[in-house]
Design a protein around this ligand. Structure first.
Ligand SMILES: Cc1cc2nc3c(=O)[nH]c(=O)nc-3n(C[C@H](O)[C@H](O)[C@H](O)COP(=O)(O)OP(=O)(O)OC[C@H]3O[C@@H](n4cnc5c(N)ncnc54)[C@H](O)[C@@H]3O)c2cc1C
Length: 264
């Protein structure tokens, strides 16, 4: 058994094309001055796209573009605060983030995949992948004696797996046959077996999943995962996640809650 801990790496995100955004603003009549102001202060990430997309609804890029609009919220912080308070969550769906979620148990991955809306998932296939080692996280809440017992149980199951594996002439089998046997043998491995997935989610979904999965009643491992996601989102997207506040929990993890609640 190889001890591991959940690791979260943000591997991608929505970025905008500044020239194309300028061209779009120019073709709907936004002045050069207003274009310059927007492009100089908004950055290139999903926040810029979400605000850009949201502003098309009322053509609120500058006062007067829509004759009904005489004042606009110039500061993106004010713009986002208003969006969140009104519950205009749909514009948050324009921005995506992409994550490598590594060394999490099948327990945790099963919980992550329950979030259907606004996500995309690719997970290591244990029909194809015959694990050369059993990676496993032992929950910190167990005492020493329980940890030893759990480690022994995992090692016993790994031994049984290796015994079965040894009896198979892998080199002589077709890929299809190997796949069938790999899938059959995995059934004796523990639910806590670590796996890897690539998970993509839009910002509307992320705000929801961070709240749900860092709640004190959530499972500790998924809270460890979404604590890492929350920290990265708060650092990288202050307009979108600046209203999240953290509460320390006795197990060393945190619970994150938004103060401005968008409808989901
Ligand atoms: C602390 C905790 C304990 C849990 N315990 C259990 C358990 O014991 N057993 C169990 O089976 N599950 C359990 N779950 C999982 C839970 O029931 C949900 O399946 C999971 O959290 C996905 O959330 P969601 O339904 O909000 O889906 P998401 O896909 O995240 O959807 C987001 C939102 O979109 C809307 N939406 C999504 N799909 C539809 C739809 N088809 N129709 C209408 N609106 C939709 C809803 O408003 C939903 O809240 C638990 C979750 C948590 C956080």
């Amino acid at each position: 058994m190889k001890p591991v801990k959940p690791v979260v790496i943000k591997i991608g995100e929505t970025v905008v094309n500044p020239e194309a955004m300028r061209a779009a603003m120019a073709s709907i009549g936004v002045s050069q001055e207003a274009q310059d102001r927007f492009m100089a202060s908004r950055g290139r990430d999903g926040q810029a796209l979400i605000e850009f997309a949201g502003r098309i609804c009322y053509e609120s890029y500058e006062p007067g573009l829509n004759p009904n609009v005489t004042r606009i919220r110039e500061d993106p912080a004010d713009y986002y605060k208003n969006i969140m308070m009104k519950g205009d969550g749909s514009i948050l769906e324009h921005g995506y983030t992409h994550w490598a979620i590594l060394h999490v148990s099948r327990v945790c991955s099963h919980e992550i995949v329950r979030h259907r809306v606004g996500t995309a998932i690719s997970q290591e296939s244990l029909r194809y992948v015959r694990p050369p080692e059993i990676r496993f996280w032992i929950p910190d809440e167990l005492n020493e004696e329980q940890r030893r017992a759990m480690q022994k149980a995992v090692e016993d199951s790994e031994r049984a797996y290796r015994d079965l594996e040894r009896g198979v002439p892998w080199d002589k089998l077709s890929m299809d046959h190997k796949k069938r046997l790999t899938s059959a043998l995995r059934r004796i491995l523990p639910d806590g077996l670590a796996t890897n997935l690539i998970w993509s989610a839009n910002h509307r979904t992320l705000r929801w999943v961070i709240e749900m999965r860092t709640d004190p009643s959530a499972e500790v491992e998924i809270r460890m995962v979404f604590n890492q996601v929350a920290e990265i989102c708060i650092r990288d997207y202050p307009y979108l996640y600046g209203d999240f506040t953290a509460t320390d929990l006795p197990d060393g993890t945190k619970s994150y809650r938004p103060q401005l609640r968008s409808k989901v």
